[in-house]
Design a protein around this ligand. Structure first.
Ligand code: PLZ
Length: 448
């Protein structure tokens, strides 16, 4: 796709990373901002667009992170900028629950059309992914009259109290923040690389464990919903075996349990389809979206079957800012961009460019235990011993640091902190992708 005007699509290093002005600002940050809010790469950004972040020292970094899968259409995508600027000038807020506006309705209509399934749908808009997940749980409980929610090992659903309970990983998300919301139950995730009896048994045995544990420990008739990320994000880009999601969906359907697909990280063209469920032909009852939805503006949604979404009493869902008009304008601009530029195809092209290079690296470095993901959501899992699959968080951090020093923004993930993940904006040029992969390769050579 065409990068926005104004930012040269080129990596430029003028200073060490971080540079002196970033270092100065970071010292101020440490005296002004809670220590609980940390930064992965303390380079302070001034402008961004296409595949480039420009920092306050004049360095231009290649972006393989998209602000954690948010700037899918790029930072400052022209259609987003135009619509947001016009909306800010018209009005910034009325509160949709008081005096509504068309943009909210238009975003809901777009979500109902684009999300998986041809059935009649409704949407409700919120501010963050965690808030969308909270509301999906409220809706599922209200519709079913049941309370238990089943989540998976390695899941990430947010940092609010209920979503912390749904999130699997203790550090840094849950540590010392309990007690957590109750009626949350956890079952094993179909994680092929780490399935105890081997990846070939993963689909059947994981499904069997899901069914039997849910039956024995929760009870089908007590279960309002099963919530799953079709490809787990923070947990390490874990892709369940083909067909696994469809079996879970079928089981949910047969047992009157709602299936909530958390597509907050996978949604909006990221994985090479509009939604990751599309790839598997799975139609969830409820779907949560955020991140990529609005080109960087804070917006989130729950979309689902009309009879489920409409079961909630009037006034039961809402919030002061939910579906803010400026954020909705951003979403309409982002969705327009995704359609006009066929961004699912762009994500598949990025996969085609990335995967052979990562495969070559995996053949050279036995520390790359697994290579996985889909579209522009790809990752490598690093281990110190390929036989024992011992997670190597140290090497992961070292490679990540070396990429940062060379002006490539990479992110880590994974329950064991040993996954390097790649989430480039779909507006990045092929040249920057290739250069980023060269840097990654050099970072590996320097770190192993
Ligand atoms: N569900 C699948 O990926 C957010 C979190 C980063 P919010 N993931 C990035 C961090 O350390 O806080 C996420 C997600 C999935 C829910 C969420 C939560 O979305 O917008 O961060 O609340």
């Amino acid at each position: 796709m065409t990068p926005p005007p104004g930012i040269e699509q080129r990596r430029i290093l003028k200073t060490a990373i971080p540079g002196p002005r970033s270092a100065e600002l970071h010292a101020r940050k440490n005296t002004a901002v809670s220590a609980g809010v940390s930064t992965g790469l303390p380079v302070y950004v001034e402008r961004a667009g296409g595949g480039i972040l420009v920092d306050i020292d004049g360095n231009q970094l290649i972006d393989f992170g998209s602000g954690i899968a948010v700037t899918t259409v790029g930072n400052s995508a022209p259609r987003v900028v135009e619509r947001v600027q016009a909306q800010v000038a018209d009005f910034t807020h009325t509160c949709f629950m008081i005096t509504p506006y068309a943009e909210y309705v238009e975003v809901a209509e777009a979500l109902n059309e684009l999300t998986p399934g041809e059935h009649e749908k409704r949407s409700a808009l919120f501010n963050s992914g965690a808030e969308a997940v909270e509301n999906a749980v409220k809706i599922a409980r209200s519709y079913t009259g049941r309370s238990a929610i089943v989540a998976f090992d390695h899941a990430y659903h947010g940092r609010t109290n209920l979503t912390m309970a749904l999130t699997a990983k203790n550090m840094p998300y849950k540590h010392r923040f309990g007690p957590f919301a109750n009626e949350i139950y956890r079952v094993p995730m179909a994680y092929p690389y780490r399935w105890p009896t081997g990846p070939e048994n993963c689909a059947d045995e994981a499904f069997e464990a899901f069914v039997s544990q849910l039956h024995a420990q929760v009870g089908e008739e007590n279960t309002a919903a099963v919530i799953i990320e079709p490809i787990q994000g923070e947990g390490g880009f874990i892709v369940p075996p083909a067909g696994y999601l469809a079996r879970v969906a079928e089981w949910c359907h047969d047992n009157g349990v709602l299936l909530i697909a958390d597509e907050i990280q996978t949604g909006f063209c990221r994985t090479g389809d509009w939604f990751a469920c599309d790839h598997e032909g799975v139609v969830p009852d409820l779907i949560t979206t955020a991140k990529g939805i609005a080109g960087g503006l804070p917006l989130a949604a729950v979309t689902g079957r009309a009879q489920v979404m409409d079961a909630v009493h009037g006034g039961g869902l809402g919030g002061t800012y939910g579906g803010n008009p400026v954020a909705c304008a951003g979403a309409l601009g982002a969705i327009e961009t995704m359609k006009a530029e066929d961004l699912p195809a762009r994500a598949r092209a990025i996969e085609a460019l990335f995967v052979p290079r990562l495969r070559e690296m995996a053949a050279k470095y036995p520390q790359i235990g697994d290579l996985r993901g889909r579209g522009a959501m790809l990752a490598i899992e690093l281990v110190s011993d390929p036989e024992a699959k011992t997670p190597d968080a140290g090497l992961t951090a070292a490679v990540n640091r070396a990429c940062h020093a060379a002006g490539l923004v990479t992110l880590t993930a994974g329950t064991y902190g040993n996954v390097l993940r790649f989430l480039p904006p779909l507006s990045i040029t092929d040249e920057l992708l290739v250069e980023g992969l060269d840097i990654l390769e050099q970072a590996f050579a320097a770190s192993v």
